[in-house]
Design a protein around this ligand. Structure first.
Ligand code: ZN
Ligand code: ZN
Ligand code: ZN
Length: 254
């Protein structure tokens, strides 16, 4: 478990460490390597998705107290009361190397992409059959642009009224299923990626989530402790159970 002790610097390094064992030469064809790169790109992008969803769940945890308190409040008070929450925001940052970005989703679909022209975006490993595997809505390759910037998720403080909190509460179960879907997707990518190489220390969804936890710990972005608590609960659950029977209540445990 050396890689966790050294606190993996970034996602590709996690792969380099895991990848040191012999691959089956026969399966190391270009097609397999391309499929593998695509999976790595997808897994890297899913880190931000999971981090954001952990924050949303953490916010429901805080909303719970508000929900109890506002039951006895007048509609006026619900409107004027203000609650502080940490929320994700996408910011663009200038970079030296070009990345392939989707302006519609405000997402970096392939960091440091080697495609020479935006017109050729369909040749990028993040694309399959002209569609992006990173964009949530599977945007067309031609919607993508090569540029010297990357989008990143940062966490900021915003204020919400009691009314906002109550309205958001109705989407609670939907938010939870999105998180479950993300972990399903991560598991699927990992199964596929492990099938492309023979490794002694194969990647697992728990290693993946642990790596994200370490990153959050290192970056110390606003509200990171809240997200780490949610990620730890996921890890604890996955030690014994499958993701299908995870519950919102378990996730929100302190
Ligand atoms: Zn998109
Ligand atoms: Zn690319
Ligand atoms: Zn995309």
């Amino acid at each position: 478990m050396e890689i966790w002790k050294t606190r993996t610097e970034n996602f590709s390094m996690l792969f380099k460490t895991i990848e040191t064992t012999t691959k089956i030469t026969i399966t190391s064809s270009i097609a397999v390597m391309r499929a593998r790169t695509m999976l790595e790109i997808q897994l890297e992008a899913l880190e931000d998705v999971l981090s954001k969803q952990a924050q949303y769940i953490a916010n429901y945890k805080e909303d719970k107290l508000v929900m109890e308190a506002i039951e006895n409040e007048s509609p006026e008070n619900r409107k004027i009361s203000k609650y502080r929450r940490t929320v994700p925001e996408t910011k663009a940052k200038g970079t030296f190397r070009e990345s392939l970005n989707c302006p519609n989703c405000r997402k970096t679909c392939h960091k440091k992409c080697l495609v020479p022209l935006s017109k050729l975006a369909w040749t990028c490993e993040a694309m399959t059959d002209g569609k992006c595997t990173v964009c949530d809505r599977k945007c067309d390759a031609k919607d993508h642009v090569l540029s010297r910037k990357k989008y990143r998720v940062v966490y900021v403080t915003k204020f919400y009224s009691g009314e906002d909190v109550a309205a958001r509460h109705e989407k609670r179960e939907g938010t939870f299923s999105l998180l479950q879907n993300t972990i399903h997707l991560i598991e699927k990518c990992i199964i596929d990626i492990n099938s492309t190489a023979l490794t002694k220390d194969a990647l697992s969804s728990t290693k993946y989530i642990q790596n994200l936890t370490n990153k959050e710990m290192r970056k110390k972005g606003e509200g990171y402790e809240m997200r780490i608590q949610i990620l730890r609960n996921i890890l604890k659950h996955l030690e014994q159970n499958s993701i299908s029977n995870l519950s919102m209540d378990y996730l929100m445990k302190s």
